[in-house]
Ligand binder design. Structure first.
Ligand code: ADP
Length: 382
């Protein structure tokens, strides 16, 4: 059997994606040299940043993929270097061109859904995390922005702790369970809280929307701080087309505050599409549903806001236990009543807000050095 040509090797490399940027190596202009000697192949790859944590990944994946495709290859020598400042800037510029501050554009393919509540402790963040995981489980591309700047809990609930990679001034969000995550909590430590005030907060949120390589998800969920305020207003300003889901508990008191959040959302321009009632009941061993926190709050709020009740989530200690160890219940115990209620709510959301079609044509990156115009790494399979 003949050895592959340089072109063929290049093509295989183009099928390998950078695990953070989700683009093929050719498209990212990362392949710098290919040398073939007998049955041995040498490859030089330029990483986006020096000391990139992905070194081991490329040392493994490149030889494996080449040998799998061309069994006659006996040895693959992968050399890694890093991009120059100019190359990095060009790369970031090109990635931005593909998805420039995407959500605010009227032709954005992303459905943005803010999740709010009238007060803290109703399970808004827990619900948001599970909705995100459920949407990802259904095959959608999902982003999750933790804008609950004072009580950020998303990183813990999804078990994400490392600081995001920053290339130039572009933040590459860590991904967990198919959900891309950005939180203020990833840039500070819990014992070193940041005091966020109006203008600074506005700026930070803007950055989290514009300078993050979200890569056109189908859904971007935003965990708002409880109550009404600056964050909701900023989000509504940045993203005039965004929708909102309100989480409440069944008792009337919580309902009143949630209602305020609902009206507030309408004032700011976030369109409320539905209500989720959390902690609706506890299912005893006897099979009976016990209304621990009263009943009817979710439905009456939904009626007041003239939107559907998207779900009633039971109380389940497992939900909390799993959230504490970074494992969403919809993934860990999808057969439980609580997981099914959350999955149902996520489905209701996709019914109300079906994913938008992707913009017809992506801008082709003018970065090819070899291998020609193969369009690798764009396919989003649902
Ligand atoms: P919020 O974001 O509204 O402040 P959290 O999502 O942080 O609320 O939830 C508050 C607490 O309640 C957390 O400890 C969470 O694990 C727990 N919790 C939320 N929903 C449920 C539920 N349905 N069953 C049991 N515990 C829950």
């Amino acid at each position: 059997m003949p050895m592959p040509t340089e072109e063929q090797v290049s093509q295989v490399l183009g099928e390998i994606q950078d695990p953070e940027l989700h683009r093929g190596l050719n498209e990212l202009n990362m392949v710098r040299n290919i040398a073939i000697e007998g049955t041995r192949v040498g490859v030089l790859v330029a990483l986006t940043i020096p000391g990139c944590p992905l070194k081991d990944y490329f040392h493994q994946v490149i030889p494996a993929k080449l040998k799998e495709t061309y069994p006659e290859i006996t040895e693959v020598d992968v050399q890694l270097t890093s991009m120059t400042e100019e190359e990095r800037q060009a790369l970031v510029g090109n990635l931005r061109q593909v998805a420039p501050a995407p959500f605010a554009r009227s032709d954005s393919s992303t459905q943005v859904i803010a999740v709010g509540s009238g007060k803290g402790g109703v399970g808004k963040s827990t619900t948001t995390v599970n909705l995100a995981a459920s949407l990802a489980k259904q095959g959608y591309k999902v982003g999750l922005l933790d804008a609950d700047v004072w009580g950020f809990s998303i990183p813990r609930m999804l078990g994400v702790h490392e600081r995001p990679t920053v290339v130039e001034d572009m933040i590459i969000p860590p991904e967990m369970f198919g959900v891309k995550i950005v939180s203020i909590g990833l840039f500070t430590t819990e014992d070193n809280p940041v005091v966020w005030r109006g203008p600074m907060l506005h700026k930070a949120l803007q950055q989290f929307l514009n300078d993050v390589h979200w890569d056109e998800p189908d859904y971007l969920l935003i965990d708002l701080p409880p109550g009404t305020g600056d964050v909701a207003i900023s989000i509504a300003q940045f993203l005039p087309g965004a929708s909102m889901v309100v989480v409440t508990t069944p008792q009337a008191a919580a309902e009143k505050v949630a209602q305020r959040a609902g009206f507030m959302a309408e004032k700011t321009g976030l369109k409320v599409i539905g209500v989720i009632e959390n902690m609706s009941f506890f299912r005893g061993d006897d099979g009976k549903a016990y209304d621990i926190f009263g009943s009817g709050g979710g439905q009456s709020l939904a009626d007041n806001l003239n939107v559907p009740l998207l779900g009633q989530i039971p109380i389940d200690p497992k939900l909390r236990e799993l959230a504490d160890v970074g494992a969403p219940i919809v993934l860990q115990h999808s057969d439980t009543e609580v997981a099914q209620a959350l999955d149902e709510a996520a489905k209701e959301i996709t019914n109300l807000l079906p994913p938008r079609p992707k913009a017809s044509k992506r801008i082709e990156l003018p970065l090819m050095t070899m291998g020609g115009g193969h369009d690798h790494g764009h396919g989003h399979h649902h």
